[in-house]
Design a protein. Structure first.
Length: 536
């Protein structure tokens, strides 16, 4: 009995004595922050015999988890666990910092106790050094739902003025003309024209949204995958088939047995036509108009960082609808401004057939040589001239001069070669290793150009912006590097992922020491004036 009492007393005393080895949580983990011009350093000083679990470290910038985007120090192994001893320090670039940084952690003592998970917040005054893409991504983190969707609808309206949307106007117009010919009156009402364009724009918006969400979540450039030569040739062939259908060589319609099954229901017949319009809108968005601009890239950065595909997807959908507003106007005006039915409709169908051939050439220029494309445009121009002379001699006299001039210009380009207008000496980079070598061995600032042969805005940059004398003068100060993303290879995707590039065109700038200048990052086409304002 006395022996047990003595043993209990010794055990209790040992517990009280052992408490001297334990310290409070605030003493065990002393956290501090130091601000620098380009970064913020967070440090956790650990008390004696305290260690920090590696998998418990979590760093949040606002709503965004940036743990994997910062470089953590190498942990050590203790009792088969990855831990930090003595101290833990992490540098967070200013480009990743919003107004608030929160670090979560959890650790234990070698004496045998573990502290509960804890966190600490730091507030910072964020300086405006971000590029357009980052600003938009931050706006999505902090703005209200209404303001965000309104902002993206405005972006869509601006994008509707770019070449991305132009090829879709004749496609939709040809759809409306085809439906007009199927009407008993030979004409189409404004309401039906608007409904057709609404279905087309809605499907186009769905396509952009799905492609954007997949790109944001998985980092895959869906549009780039659809720009390989096989896909381009297949879809160009579809437009050629549509053209010959409009020329009257054959009709694209369901088999007679299928038609008999739906003729008893006008509603079903209407649905059949609407379904075809929806498919055309969906495919047109992916194939005809691959566009990357700051609002699109900003939404993709937001989706990639937060995983919030709902807000990101809604923003992309609203933006796409803004892009399609001119198409809605085309559809709504079809019934009001279209003249009375007559033989002119056959002529208009043939005109749209020529337009469809033009769209096919427009698509093929992404995979064929410039000389071949010029030759195809020449054939189309001469064919159009011969057709105009055949159907209307008076109209032919008016237009023939213009078409002959175009033909002469095309012939001149074919025989003398297409003159390159940018006159900039780019060095092509194939992978991250080659880029790192250039960054380490440069004596000048660097401009890295993400480019692809199927990218319309890339060609705008080359032909308009890079050919401007003031731009060329400024770019002489830079070493010019280019990444050809045409094939969207694994190495191309690795470079895209490193710089958060979701598609061309994108321009990344570095200083003489090889450090990225985030504020100068350019996504999408910029006019010479806009370009100079950014890089200066």
């Amino acid at each position: 009995m006395y022996k047990k009492l003595i043993l209990s007393l010794v055990f209790t005393l040992s517990l009280f004595a052992g408490q001297d080895n334990f310290v409070s949580q605030n003493e065990a983990f002393k956290i501090s922050s130091v601000e620098y011009k380009d970064k913020v350093s967070l440090e956790i000083i650990l008390a004696k015999d305290i260690y920090l679990y590696d998998d418990a470290i979590k760093i949040m910038s606002g709503k965004v988890n940036i743990t994997k985007q910062v470089k953590l120090q190498k942990p050590v192994v203790y009792h088969k666990e990855k831990v930090y001893l003595n101290s833990f320090k992490v540098d967070i670039p200013r480009t990743l910092i919003t107004n608030e940084i929160k670090i979560s952690y959890q650790g234990c003592s070698t004496a045998g106790i573990c502290y509960p998970p804890s966190s600490k917040k730091f507030n910072f005054l964020v300086k405006k050094v971000e590029n357009e893409t980052d600003v938009i991504a931050q706006k999505m983190q902090t703005g209200s739902l209404i303001s965000i969707l309104g902002l993206f609808f405005g972006f869509g309206l601006l994008l509707s003025l770019t070449p991305c949307i132009f090829p879709m106007i004749p496609i939709l117009s040809s759809i409306i003309v085809t439906h007009s010919k199927n009407e008993k009156s030979g004409n189409i009402s404004a309401s039906k024209g608007f409904m057709l364009s609404l279905v087309y724009v809605f499907s186009m918006s769905i396509a952009y949204t799905l492609a954007g969400i997949l790109a944001g979540v998985f980092g895959a450039n869906i549009q780039a995958m659809l720009q390989n030569p096989t896909v381009i040739i297949v879809f160009a062939s579809i437009f050629i088939i549509l053209a010959f259908s409009m020329f009257g060589y054959f009709k694209l319609e369901l088999p007679q047995s299928w038609q008999r099954n739906v003729q008893h229901s006008g509603a079903k017949e209407s649905k059949k036509g609407i379904f075809g319009v929806a498919i055309m809108g969906f495919l047109s968005a992916l194939i005809v108009g691959p566009c990357v601009a700051p609002p699109l890239a900003g939404a993709l950065v937001y989706i990639g960082q937060t995983g919030d595909a709902v807000l990101g997807g809604l923003s992309l959908f609203v933006m796409s609808f803004g892009m399609g507003l001119p198409l809605l106007i085309v559809g709504a005006g079809a019934g009001k401004f279209m003249p009375k039915p007559g033989g002119w409709m056959d002529t208009v169908s043939k005109v749209f057939g020529v337009v469809m051939l033009g769209i096919a050439i427009y698509m093929l220029q992404r995979v064929l040589s410039d000389t071949t494309i010029m030759f195809l445009w020449l054939l189309l121009t001469i064919g159009s001239l011969l057709y105009i002379i055949k159907i209307n001699k008076l109209f032919a006299y008016i237009t023939s001069i213009l078409l002959v001039f175009i033909s002469i210009q095309l012939l001149f380009n074919i025989f003398l070669g297409v003159k390159k207008t940018s006159h900039l000496d780019f060095k092509y980079i194939k992978n991250i290793s080659e880029l790192n070598y250039e960054l380490k061995n440069t004596k000048k600032p660097i401009m890295l150009d993400f480019w692809a042969s199927w990218c319309v805005s890339c060609k705008e940059l080359e032909d308009i912006t890079f050919s401007h004398k003031d731009v060329q003068k400024e770019l002489k100060k830079y070493k010019l590097l280019k990444i050809d993303m045409t094939e969207n290879s694994t190495e191309d995707q690795a470079l895209q992922k490193r710089f958060k590039v979701f598609g061309p065109p994108a321009l990344i700038f570095f200083d003489k020491n090889g450090n990225e200048i985030n504020s100068k990052k350019i996504v999408g086409y910029k006019t010479p004036k806009q370009f100079l304002e950014i890089i200066k």
